[in-house]
Write a protein that binds this ligand. Structure first.
Ligand code: HEC
Ligand code: HEC
Length: 353
């Protein structure tokens, strides 16, 4: 009978469906056991493959970028004997200048208590940390500030007399010989005349408006004061010989003839290195903040240097040298705080050399 046949068919259908469900459950269980012990097979992971692929191009861009930034030779490769001793002493003088040559120095008292390393970070080896990579390769070098071709000795003594607001070292002293030997050793892998990527200080693009000391003060309070102190005078180590946090202004800071007193040098240095721990590839300030804090710090009191012998040719002055007279018609205010682009433009047009 038709209805009976229908019932039989229905029963069979149900049984088949049940069997199907059981088979499916068993397959699922098997799959779970497999995944549990062996992990998800790769072909089922399109998204994971995509994620793994995505950073690869970025990595590829980064890997070649790293080696073309200068890397200092390893100090483990200092030669043995007297030469190695001299290099080690040179490095120690850069890192702990105050211990040897500061106001309480054990060799002589010829500087303000700062260390070369305060500004030439990691003993002059940090990329864009004002390192010494291009010194051996580019000195002796003609410099507009002195109007002379300068030796490494002269350049080192410039920093003693300006950045360390102190006295020049005798060229033949063991200290100067050691400092020079170390700086030359650091640059030994750089070809004559070349300046590797990462040398010296970051050159920031000029802003189209002047840097603002008032806004810079806010940056200082928020991001610098915790270490460099409210009065800008830093903090001494407990030995009272050297600084834990070096001064940014006041009687123990760099003087008005120092490189950092130029806004572009200060802003570029800070951009790639401050707050302490920042680097050129992990900056913590915007460029605007760096210019503004430079304007604030360089508006504070600091030792004055007699600069009457500097810049024998005034048209050679850096755009951000803050003291006239100038070969252009921009005033001291603009030469100090910017905007610098119009000055640079003028300089380019009137280049005499
Ligand atoms: C307050 C910061 C400061 C301190 C401290 C300091 N310097 Fe400098 N030094 C600078 C700046 C800024 C420059 C110029 C960098 C530029 O214009 O790119 C410079 C440049 C130099 C250069 C030339 C680098 C080049 O590539 O042309 C040498 C060499 C040097 N300093 C050695 C020393 C030595 C040695 C000491 C310690 C006795 C010292 N400096 C301490 C800030 C400092
Ligand atoms: C966490 C502490 C810390 C903070 C925050 C910090 N600094 Fe520094 N700063 C240091 C130390 C430490 C050094 C010396 C580095 C060395 O000797 O290795 C230094 C060195 C400097 C120097 C060169 C040496 C000198 O005294 O002239 C300048 C300029 C400077 N800092 C500016 C700044 C500015 C601007 C800020 C804020 C944007 C800042 N720092 C924030 C710790 C700090």
């Amino acid at each position: 009978m038709v209805p009976e046949k229908d019932n039989e068919q229905k029963l069979l259908d149900v049984v088949f469906k049940l069997i199907n469900v059981i088979i499916c459950l068993m397959l699922l269980a098997a799959a779970l056991v497999y995944v549990n012990f062996c992990g998800v097979p790769e072909i089922f992971l399109p998204s994971k493959v995509a994620v793994a692929d995505a950073p690869a191009p970025a990595k590829k861009e980064k890997v070649p970028a790293a080696p073309d930034v200068w890397i200092a030779p390893d100090t483990l490769s200092f030669p043995a004997g007297a030469e190695g001793e001299l290099l080690r002493y040179g490095r120690a003088l850069i890192a702990n200048t105050a211990y040897y040559l500061g106001p309480e120095g054990k060799v002589q008292h010829s500087s303000n208590g700062m260390n070369c390393q305060n500004c030439h970070l990691d003993a002059g080896t940090k990329p864009f940390g004002n390192n010494y990579s291009a010194v051996a390769s580019t000195y002796p070098k003609f410099r507009e500030r002195s109007g002379k071709t300068e030796s490494i000795y002269k350049r080192v003594n410039d920093c003693f007399e300006r950045s360390l607001n102190g006295k020049a070292l005798d060229t033949m002293s063991r200290e100067m010989q050691a400092i020079k030997a170390y700086i030359v050793w650091l640059g030994k892998g750089v070809k004559k005349g070349e300046k590797p990527k990462g040398a010296g200080i970051t050159d920031l693009a000029f802003m189209d408006h002047p840097a603002d000391p008032e806004k810079g003060k806010m940056v200082y309070v928020e991001k610098c004061q915790s270490c460099h102190a409210a009065g800008g005078d830093g903090k001494m180590n407990t030995d009272l010989v050297s600084y834990q946090y070096p001064p940014l202004w006041g009687s123990h800071s760099y003087n008005t003839g120092a490189g950092l007193f130029r806004l572009s040098r200060f802003a570029g240095y800070v951009m790639s290195n401050m707050p302490f721990g920042a680097s050129y590839d992990t900056p913590q300030l915007s460029a605007e903040e760096a210019w503004n804090v430079a304007a604030y710090v360089n508006s504070q009191q600091r030792p004055a240097k007699d600069l009457s012998m500097d810049w024998p040719k005034i048209e050679g002055k850096s755009v951000d040298h803050p003291f006239g007279p100038y070969a252009d018609s921009f005033d001291e205010q603009q030469h100090k705080y910017g905007p610098f682009a119009p000055i640079a433009e003028f300089k380019k047009k009137h280049k005499t050399k």
